[in-house]
Design a protein around this ligand. Sequence first.
Ligand SMILES: Cc1cc2nc3c(=O)[nH]c(=O)nc-3n(C[C@H](O)[C@H](O)[C@H](O)COP(=O)(O)OP(=O)(O)OC[C@H]3O[C@@H](n4cnc5c(N)ncnc54)[C@H](O)[C@@H]3O)c2cc1C
Ligand SMILES: NC(=O)c1ccc[n+]([C@@H]2O[C@H](COP(=O)([O-])OP(=O)(O)OC[C@H]3O[C@@H](n4cnc5c(N)ncnc54)[C@H](OP(=O)(O)O)[C@@H]3O)[C@@H](O)[C@H]2O)c1
Length: 243
Amino acid sequence: MSAKFYAGRVIENRHWTDTLFSLRVEGPRLEFEAGQFVRIGIEPTLVRAFSLVNPPGDPVLEFYGVVVPQGPLSPRLAHLKKGDVLQVASNPAGFLVLSEVPDAETLWLVSTGTGIAPFLSILRTETPWRRFRNVVLVHAVRYARELAYAELITRILQQRPSFRYVTFVSREPTPGSLAGRIPAAIRDGRLEDAAGLALGLRSHVMLCGNPQMLKDATAALAERGMRKHRRRNPGHIAVESFW
Ligand SMILES: Cc1cc2nc3c(=O)[nH]c(=O)nc-3n(C[C@H](O)[C@H](O)[C@H](O)COP(=O)(O)OP(=O)(O)OC[C@H]3O[C@@H](n4cnc5c(N)ncnc54)[C@H](O)[C@@H]3O)c2cc1C
Ligand SMILES: NC(=O)c1ccc[n+]([C@@H]2O[C@H](COP(=O)([O-])OP(=O)(O)OC[C@H]3O[C@@H](n4cnc5c(N)ncnc54)[C@H](OP(=O)(O)O)[C@@H]3O)[C@@H](O)[C@H]2O)c1
């Protein structure tokens, strides 16, 4: 995949915790569909895929990242300051988009860690509210302080009566959040109880983040008769692995 790179200008690097950051970048106008990713870097020779957090049409591009301590790029992105240059590829891509999702009653957007990023873009468009009777955002993190974007999510909850937000915090007891992991809570019904909605063949589930969560959650959903969606063989599950 060869692409042109544009020099974007960092206008903010917000640190949510020591390791979680959001880069806001003024730069090229990119054509993309909510849920897609684009490759970014400091030099065009070291680039990584990042989901766009902003909705299409927004003049400021936003990326949500975690520092992987031994990673070649993410620690450097976390250090970028206002005014620094971020290289942004010209060709967003990816299939974790609503145009690939068949009609369903309930749309479940299920994420671990920074895997929430593409769903924040999707939730800021009109499409999910027009197409689905219910929309559930599920976010699993290790520690409560990693439940980023609470203000944005609260605003959407206030605006959209059909929206539910379910959180998991796996490594400390947290009132208002489920304990443990997503696949176990699919199996024992705790996820449905928390959302107040059934998770079955009238649902479509989009999964994003940790590849092992994608596998384990897909297996738990298969026990309910749900299968991966393919254009030629419609199903109920779409996945995007971050590594
Ligand atoms: C389609 C796609 C979209 C992506 N979108 C995002 C995004 O929006 N935000 C983001 O932070 N990352 C995202 N990633 C991951 C990103 O591309 C990089 O891998 C990540 O920023 C780490 O880069 P690195 O060079 O420091 O380490 P790398 O050499 O790329 O990764 C080293 C290791 O770090 C771990 N790792 C990588 N990414 C993550 C992560 N996000 N959370 C936890 N552990 C991770 C894995 O164990 C991986 O093997 C995406 C990846 C893909 C394929
Ligand atoms: N989060 C941090 O405090 C932190 C700090 C420094 C560096 N990092 C780096 O960031 C990366 C990890 O980041 P992260 O915490 O965002 O991602 P993560 O390890 O994927 O954890 C996010 C959530 O996903 C859960 N999870 C992990 N495996 C799962 C599976 N198989 N099925 C279902 N759920 C699963 C975790 O639960 P469990 O807790 O049960 O695993 C946690 O609730 C690592 O490279 C790490 O070195 C993270």
